[in-house]
Design a protein around this ligand. Structure first.
Ligand code: HEC
Ligand code: HEC
Length: 253
């Protein structure tokens, strides 16, 4: 067998194995899975799987494995000892939800941006000053979400929108709040933790702040995104290049 032929057979075998693993993963199945997810899962994992009471499912990294079969099992049986319940649905519908989860964990994988990624890296580091709030790998700020694998988790359209209309889709864990203390201080930031007695906030200087609720006058949770809009700061080409750079960040696999 020639090298090319062997490679083709390998790809075919892989494709068949992948199908055999999730028998229900056509676009229609994924769409049904998305709707089932809204009913059974979104109140813990968020309506786009961005997380809330349960973990973010868009990262493509799952503690108990991300193969179709492993996702099927996690959803079918739940995670004993945790809040994650076994779902009440037919086996077919569980496969469809597994297909949907697989899809949101790799939304950007099939897409190719038209901009120039290396020019976009320069925009990121210089004019955009994105690293003040975001990290890639170990470097950068922590006020905004880590971007190490953003190109795998998010499609091109989402990335474009994040830059020009950041308030459109703010992940639950990044929603801004404003805390007014009894002593007259006002702090804007992102809520990290909260219990009956206290609340911890990462403020806009990227510092960790902790307040006793007894000392707080008011907490406002309906604040706009802390991510600046870049539509008027960057040119069309700079935006396209930046999107290409973000799309190229596929994380460490
Ligand atoms: C009552 C809240 C709740 C509901 C409802 C729920 N989950 Fe979860 N889910 C969790 C929690 C909490 C975890 C983390 C458990 C742990 O790792 O200890 C989790 C974990 C998971 C994981 C594994 C994540 C990982 O990193 O390994 C997947 C996949 C998942 N859920 C999918 C779903 C799907 C699909 C549904 C709907 C059928 C669903 N969950 C419904 C709370 C929930
Ligand atoms: C002042 C801090 C700040 C700066 C500067 C900033 N961001 Fe953000 N960014 C955030 C916050 C906070 C969020 C989460 C809230 C949201 O999505 O609107 C966010 C969200 C994002 C998201 C969506 C992430 C996701 O998982 O949904 C992307 C992509 C992004 N920023 C890229 C950039 C790029 C590229 C730059 C530089 C041009 C930049 N940001 C500059 C704070 C910042």
């Amino acid at each position: 067998m020639t090298r090319i032929a062997r490679k083709t057979v390998g790809v075919l075998v892989f494709a068949v194995a992948a199908c055999a693993q999730n028998p229900l993963s056509t676009p229609q199945d994924v769409e049904v899975g998305r709707r089932l997810f809204q009913t059974h899962c979104s109140y813990c994992h968020g309506s786009s799987g961005e997380g809330g009471r349960g973990p973010d499912l868009t990262t493509g990294q799952y503690r108990l494995g991300g193969s179709p079969e492993q996702l099927y099992r996690t959803i079918r049986y739940g995670i004993p000892g945790s809040e994650m319940p076994a779902v009440r649905a037919s086996d077919d519908d569980v496969w469809r939800m597994a297909a949907f989860v697989g899809k949101i964990g790799s939304a950007g994988l099939d897409e190719k941006a038209r901009g120039d990624a290396s020019a976009g890296k320069v925009v990121y580091e210089t004019k955009g000053k994105c690293a003040v709030c975001h990290s890639i790998g170990k470097d950068g700020g922590t006020l905004g979400p880590e971007l190490t694998d953003i190109g795998r988790r998010r499609g091109i359209g989402y990335l474009e929108e994040s830059l020009v209309k950041p308030e459109a889709d703010v992940p639950v864990n990044s929603r801004a709040i404003r805390v007014a203390t009894r002593s007259g201080q006002t702090i804007v930031g992102i809520r990290l933790n909260e219990d009956d007695l206290s609340i911890q906030v990462r403020d806009t200087n990227d510092s960790l702040r902790s307040f006793l609720k007894a000392n707080i006058k008011e907490i406002r949770r309906d604040q706009p995104s802390l991510m600046p809009a870049y539509g008027s700061v960057l040119s069309g080409k700079e935006l396209a290049d930046l999107v290409a750079y973000l799309s190229s960040l596929r994380g460490v696999q």
